[in-house]
Design a protein around this ligand. Structure first.
Ligand code: ADE
Length: 240
């Protein structure tokens, strides 16, 4: 899978994504992540990409043209790669990170993990000229009901959540299947050695070696925990 991040702060995004599991997956070529600097597509000699909003108001807006040219450059690369591989041309999804979008969740991560290319557009200042958003954006996504200074951290959150679902990125392929949010349940509690720590003992059933009982206990714990912490999720358990 190929991630393309359109941003004014490419180093921020690349530094955040080149370590740990995602960094290793990139080295193994299970994924590629490129950050495209929108400023490289500025069309004036000062390389500015922002301007005052028509009608007045606080702050500056990112202009349409540099964003569009950066997008076109990415699309051209995608087209070339697909042509060389003898694949059909398809429209890539373009996600604009914004607090006005629909809220990101695990199901959307699973859906987007099936894409071959994903373009993520990070806004800054007071936003982006609406006209370019109308032309290129297929999905507007928020990572939660709070306002950040830009779309970079949300883009990194999305890349992390999606990339770990790409086959072979996690060492243990089953671990993505049985974790929080699968079936709308939170994960059960887990324990490792030693058997007793600060006077607290590991639940007996986990030491029993009886797999059916362990599975039953884990499901009960998941249901209990989801009811206590996320009753809204438990409502949906077994229904979707
Ligand atoms: N940009 C600023 N705040 C954001 C948020 N909560 N989600 C996505 N993009 C954003």
């Amino acid at each position: 899978m190929h991630f393309h991040i359109l941003t004014l702060f490419p180093e921020m995004v690349m530094n955040g994504l080149n370590t740990s599991i995602i960094g290793r997956a990139v080295k193994k070529e299970l994924l590629s992540i490129e950050a495209v600097n929108i400023r490289d597509y500025a069309f004036n000699k000062h390389q500015s990409v922002d301007d005052y909003p028509y009608g007045g108001g606080a702050g500056m807006l990112m202009q349409a043209e540099p964003v569009y040219l950066a997008y076109e450059a990415v699309m051209e690369k995608i087209r070339e790669r697909r042509q060389e591989a003898g694949q059909q041309e398809t429209r890539s999804r373009v996600v604009y990170l914004s607090p006005q979008g629909r809220v990101f969740h695990q199901k959307l991560a699973e859906e987007l993990a099936k894409e071959e290319d994903l373009i993520l557009l990070c806004g800054h200042y007071e936003g982006i000229d609406e006209r370019v958003l109308e032309e290129i954006v297929t999905d507007e996504v928020s990572i939660g009901d709070y306002v950040l200074t830009g779309g970079e951290l949300p883009a990194m959150v999305m890349v992390d959540a999606i990339a770990r679902l790409v086959p072979e990125v996690l060492h243990n392929d089953v671990s993505a299947e049985f974790e929080s949010f699968q079936n709308n349940l939170l994960e059960y509690p887990q324990y490792s050695r030693p058997e007793i720590w600060h006077g607290k003992k590991v639940p007996e059933v986990l030491l029993s070696g009886h797999h059916a009982n362990i599975e039953k206990w884990r499901l009960e714990q998941s249901i209990l925990r989801t009811g206590q912490r996320r009753p809204d999720l438990l409502e949906r358990y077994g229904k979707e």
